[in-house]
Design a protein around this ligand. Structure first.
Ligand code: AMP
Length: 285
């Protein structure tokens, strides 16, 4: 499986390889990542491997999606381990461009997907989705795959990617894969590595609050204010977690709901030891 494995840093070379493979009748899958790979990333790779003939993983810590004072400089970078895992799994190519390759001098265009970038993550990170949308569109142009895989872990990001693909006529099929969790329920994230053992224990309160909401909903509670209050209470009881938001939105949107009357996403962000953590779940199928 590892014979063809190749790391490419140049966009032109990458694009040519994709076009060549597609001309030979191969379906290409793309998995965009910032590296420091964990089980969540690997589940996207596995979905691509299962559904496509060739899988390309991009590893690029995208500076434009980090705000001032955020963790761009010390974001975990584990390239050698990442490459070993991808080679082992049967990935075909890794695209690992430099910042200069992605953003050469004079680069000015940014992609604005409009209203869906503004609430939730957009409040604490007002320019974040400009960076995400721009880099994703650039990657989809550099790696014009048949399918591109994203994780439900970043719920609002999946909406942003679907919107840009739809509004800008990107032919790549956007595929969204379920959240992969640690054994105790915490959503896997490259940023979990920042947490101390006690911070890691406190952070579990986030996924547990989602479980609590699911249980309450199953028991008949549909009032968002009450669900929200109980979630907050359960997180505060543990301590150490600063909740940024807990929002109930109609699935597939960022529109807040007051009652659970149909498929609803509970999305949350919290800060533990200065690390921002995201999680979400769906209720009301
Ligand atoms: P990142 O490297 O954090 O930019 O993530 C790259 C891709 O992996 C994104 O589409 C994420 O949503 C996805 N991802 C990250 N964590 C998880 C997880 N725990 N489960 C599923 N997908 C994930």
């Amino acid at each position: 499986m590892s014979i063809d494995f190749k790391v490419v840093t140049r966009a032109a070379e990458m694009r040519q390889a994709i076009v060549h493979a597609q001309q030979a009748g191969k379906a290409v899958g793309l998995v965009p990542t910032m590296g420091a790979l964990h089980g969540g990333h690997l589940s996207l790779v596995d979905a691509s491997l299962a559904e496509c003939d060739r899988t390309v993983v991009t590893i690029f810590v995208n500076p434009t999606q980090f705000g001032p004072g955020e963790d761009f400089d010390h974001y975990p970078r584990t390239m050698e381990q990442d490459l070993a895992q991808l080679r082992e799994r049967g990935c075909w190519m890794v695209f690992a461009p430099t910042v200069e390759e992605m953003y050469p001098a004079g680069h000015e265009t940014i992609v604005d997907v409009g209203s869906i970038r503004k609430p939730l993550e957009g409040v604490a990170r007002p320019r974040h989705f400009f960076g995400v949308a721009t880099v994703v569109l650039k990657l989809l142009n550099m790696v014009p795959a048949d399918r591109a895989y994203f994780g439900q872990k970043d719920y609002q990001q999946t909406l942003v990617v679907r919107k840009l693909a739809s509004d800008l006529n990107v032919p790549t099929e956007i595929c969204v894969c379920p959240i992969v969790r640690e054994a105790d329920g915490m959503a896997m994230s490259s940023r979990n590595a920042y947490l101390s053992p006690s911070g890691r224990r406190q952070a579990l309160a986030l996924s547990q609050s989602l479980e609590l909401a699911k249980e309450m909903f199953t028991a008949g509670e549909t009032d968002v204010a009450r669900l929200h209050a109980k979630m907050l209470e359960s997180i505060q009881a543990v301590g150490g977690v600063e909740v940024e938001y807990i929002a109930f939105v109609a699935a597939g949107t960022v529109d807040l709901v007051q009652q659970i009357e149909g498929p609803t996403m509970i999305v949350l962000a919290g800060r533990v030891e200065n690390t921002r953590l995201l999680d979400n779940c769906q209720i009301g199928f």
